[in-house]
Design a protein around this ligand. Structure first.
Ligand code: 13P
Length: 342
């Protein structure tokens, strides 16, 4: 089937009460790992690419690899999503490239580092919504800033100040018309999220419940949701790596989020770690090896197993056949019927 909008996947997920993993890709093997996992579990999928991934693949390689995925896995509904677009221009180029969903991350300025103010965030996000919805493309916005509470992100006076404020979230969704809202609840990107198994003080799942009560019809997104399993850390370290002991987001916390409106769960680090561990193992055990297939194949397999596990844990497994693809033109028509009026 043709690629579908992310909105369609999230609407279906809301109906079914499940979450959909959004897995980052940079190369062919990662796309293959996700698609095989999707086939084996009969899951709809969100494949996402950061700006870094788009420049690494020169955009066109990524696009054609995704076209190959739709040809080879016609039974799987796929949305292609721009992860952390830093400006309307980035989102525009993604849409022109064929992405069916974009994230305008206006919580930060275009440098991707400096926290932005609320009005800036509303302005750039709304600009992207107007442009994207006219083409039936989905938009994810972000309010609050990702980053750990443990590491002192934000002001000392209030370590929770950078989390998403539920009342502001209502205003943000109303004024922008976004399809999905990424929330800041204490998670951060990468392997080093927490120095011990997180409690509610540093991973504030309660905030999701508060936001969901105020915005029951908005699809929520959890970023920085790798679980950083001990086994993956151990494999890397066993074969010469140096990963310091660390803790990710426990799967049961994500499942709690899914019960309260979380429909998209971003996972990148777990897959990177799975592939790196597999590559290290082969190269350590067989230092004479130089056929890259000898290590990329187990790397792809290791990522597939992680993705499969997440698809089952998030509840998307078994739902691929629920979809009758809605063309982007039809999505555009529906958005036109219910314009953002604020
Ligand atoms: P992880 O680093 O926890 O996998 O998060 C990825 C992510 O949120 C991409 O936007």
């Amino acid at each position: 089937m043709p690629m579908v909008s992310m909105r369609q996947l999230l609407d279906e997920a809301a109906k079914g009460g499940y979450g959909v993993g959004a897995f980052n890709v940079n190369n062919m093997e990662q796309i293959q790992a996700i698609m095989e996992a999707a086939r084996e579990t009969q899951s709809p999928v969100i494949v996402q690419a950061s700006r870094g991934a788009r420049s690494y693949t020169n955009d066109r390689f990524l696009y054609h690899l995704m076209m190959a995925a739709t040809e080879l896995y016609p039974e799987i509904p796929i949305a292609l999503h721009q992860d952390h677009g830093n400006s309307p221009d980035t989102c525009k180029s993604a849409i022109e490239m064929g992405f069916t969903s974009v994230m305008m991350d206006g919580s930060l300025m275009a440098d991707g580092k400096t926290p932005a103010d609320f009005e800036y965030n509303v302005r750039v996000t709304r600009e992207v919504v107007d442009m994207a919805h006219a083409r039936g493309v989905t938009v994810e916005g972000e309010l609050g800033c990702l980053g750990g509470i443990e590491d002192g992100h934000g002001s000392d006076a209030d370590p929770l100040a950078h989390l998403t404020d539920p009342d502001q979230a209502v205003e943000f969704v109303e004024r922008t018309g976004i399809d999905a809202l990424a929330v800041a609840i204490g998670t951060s990107h990468g392997a080093y999220k927490f120095t011990k198994k997180p409690t509610g003080e540093v991973l504030v799942m309660e905030r999701i419940e508060q936001i969901n009560r105020k915005l029951p019809h908005t699809h929520l997104v959890m970023h920085g949701s790798s679980s950083v399993p001990q086994e993956l850390q151990d494999v890397i370290n066993k074969y010469g790596g140096k990963i310091k002991q660390t803790y990710g987001v426990p799967v049961e916390e994500i499942q709690r989020g899914i019960k309260h409106g979380v429909r998209k769960i971003n996972v990148d680090t777990d897959n990177r770690m799975a592939m790196t561990g597999a590559v290290r193992k082969v190269l350590t055990e067989k230092p004479e090896e130089f056929d890259l297939r000898a290590y990329m194949k187990p790397a792809r397999e290791a990522m597939k197993e992680v993705v499969k596990a997440r698809m089952i844990q998030f509840g998307q497994a078994g739902h691929a056949s629920d979809y009758k693809p809605i063309p982007l033109e039809e999505m555009a028509r529906r958005y036109k019927e219910t314009p953002v009026t604020v």
